[in-house]
Design a protein around this ligand. Structure first.
Ligand code: AMP
Ligand code: ZN
Length: 494
């Protein structure tokens, strides 16, 4: 079986991946809080872990991989937004309407981005019973305490590894200082965090655990511990009712870099304390952050981009009559292509130019496949080289470089198989003889080309070789080959 190697945040090094049980490889990824359209930053973990899911399915067999991605549908932001958007409904109805709407938007967005559906998408509101049991277990084992109708996790109750802070590599002093800013009076220690809190009057609430007499709601961190147990441990003989520590660990936990602390540190504290394990998951993978046109994405910078706006923006000029769905799917695949050009652990700079460049490159690939009438039944004839680069910590930029080689040498079958594995292939666009050609080639204008060349020279001057190479490849994909003379300052166009 193909050996996979991934960077593990837990050990801070690249390691061979050995599943606990190769017939049920288990992956959990923190999903969205459903109160608003997902933005393109949210699209990054969705795409990255979809690639991982596809690779695992390829290596271990489709039916042997379980992928759970949760939906957070209990949250203060949800309450506030619901009240604002549906003032005429009761708050509970408004919340239901908002979370349903946002959930289905998210499903449509991820489909357009070429992602497979995870095996399960547990929602917080459907797992309150498991959250209550988990909290009661933590109380029973002395890891939690009640205070003013809240239940808090006691960080100093952890006496065995994994010690609090080791995952995020933070010292107690550092964490205390971070937590000191706004400490609620009912906390014993500043780092203690909420497992359950009372609901504010008029807001949704559920029966509280441990005999607390008022309705309440779970904290964010406990949701993921409870849902990962429910979906990845319980059906396989693990979970709160099982004393076998080996049954109480799953294989891979993923999410964005921002979740390492406090969210994942707290998930580990909860799960390991309740189950008596040394690890919650064997492998932890985190995607780097996405910026927009070189800046942090933020509503206040005016560069906040939703996935939906990318899908609906009509960046491309299409030939022939296409349905909106086809146009959106094209935009989605172009966005996917564009993200795969950066390794998942690196920061990613999202630019419109990169999106259109990805679109025209993808277009040329489809043209080759359509010309050769390539039809893939299953991707069994994948080139080993492609699996090799993906097996090495999901190196998607290298995978695309290989696909470019297949394109250049006219190896349409290898190209199609590779595109299929990366989720870039829609069979119907190849098969139908008279399906419309999608886009008019977006040729780059000469001003833009000059700007990019100048930028690349600046990068070379600053010895930022990787970034410079990205521009070189980007222009090469447009048929503009740059050759550096001895003096890189005078890069010439050939
Ligand atoms: P949130 O909706 O903020 O809870 O985030 C959902 C997922 O998207 C988490 O895995 C985050 O780490 C990830 N995420 C949020 N913003 C970005 C960003 N700008 N770049 C990459 N990932 C992000
Ligand atoms: Zn989580």
């Amino acid at each position: 079986m193909k050996e996979l190697r991934f960077y593990n945040t837990l050990t801070r090094k690249k390691e061979n991946f050995i599943p606990i049980d190769a017939t049920r490889v288990r992956l959990y990824v923190c999903g969205p809080t459903v109160y608003d359209y997902a933005h393109i930053g949210n699209a990054r973990p969705v795409i990255v872990f979809d690639i991982l899911f596809r690779l695992l399915r390829y290596v271990y067999g489709k039916e042997h991989v379980l992928y759970a991605r949760n939906i957070t549908d209990v949250d203060d932001k949800i309450n506030a937004r619901a009240a604002c958007e549906y003032p005429n409904l009761s708050l509970n109805d408004a919340i239901r309407r908002l979370t349903e709407r946002t959930y289905s938007q998210f499903q449509q967005d991820t489909m357009a981005l070429g992602c497979l559906l995870p095996t399960s998408q547990p929602r917080a509101t459907e797992h309150l019973e498991e959250m209550r049991s988990l909290i009661e277990k933590l109380l029973e084992k002395g890891h939690a305490y009640k205070a003013k109708n809240h239940i808090l996790f006691s960080v100093s109750s952890i006496k065995n590894p994994p010690y609090y802070g080791t995952f995020a590599n933070r010292s107690l002093d550092e964490m205390r200082a971070g937590a000191r800013i706004d400490v609620a009076a009912y906390k014993r220690e500043e780092m203690d965090f909420v497992l359950w809190k009372p609901s504010v009057e008029g807001e949704p609430g559920w029966e509280s655990p441990a005999g607390i007499p008022v309705l309440g709601r779970p904290g964010w961190h406990i949701e993921c511990s409870a849902m990962s147990m429910a979906k990845l441990l319980a059906p396989y003989g693990g979970g709160l009712t099982c004393d076998d520590p080996t049954a109480n660990i799953f294989d891979i936990h993923g999410g964005g870099l921002d979740l390492i602390f406090p969210h994942h540190e707290n998930e580990i504290a909860q799960s390991c304390s309740a189950l008596g394990t040394e690890r919650m998951a064997n492998l932890w993978m985190h995607n780097g952050f996405l910026q927009v046109e070189g800046k942090k994405m933020s509503k206040s910078f005016g560069n906040f981009i939703t996935i939906r706006s990318i899908l609906e923006n009509n960046f491309f000029e299409f030939n022939g009559v296409l349905t909106d769905e086809m146009k959106q799917n094209w935009a989605g695949l172009s966005a996917r292509f564009s993200m795969l050009q950066t390794h998942y652990r690196e920061p990613l700079n999202w630019t419109v130019q990169r999106l259109t460049q990805s679109s025209s490159e993808l277009y040329r690939w489809y043209e080759l496949l359509r010309g050769k009438k390539i039809i893939i039944e299953n991707n069994e004839v994948l080139e080993n080289t492609l699996i090799d680069v993906l097996s090495d910590d999901l190196n998607t930029p290298k995978a695309l470089t290989l696909l470019r080689k297949f394109y250049k040498t006219g190896n349409a079958l290898a190209l199609a198989n590779g595109m299929d594995l990366l989720g870039l292939l829609r069979q119907e666009w190849v098969k139908e003889i008279d399906s419309p050609l999608f886009i008019k080639k977006t040729s780059l204008d000469s001003k833009f080309i000059d700007k990019r060349i100048a930028e690349r020279l600046r990068l070379i001057h600053n010895k930022e070789w990787e970034a410079a190479d990205i521009i070189r490849d980007e222009l090469a994909a447009e048929g503009i080959l740059l050759k550096d003379s001895k003096d890189p300052q005078s890069g010439e166009r050939i």
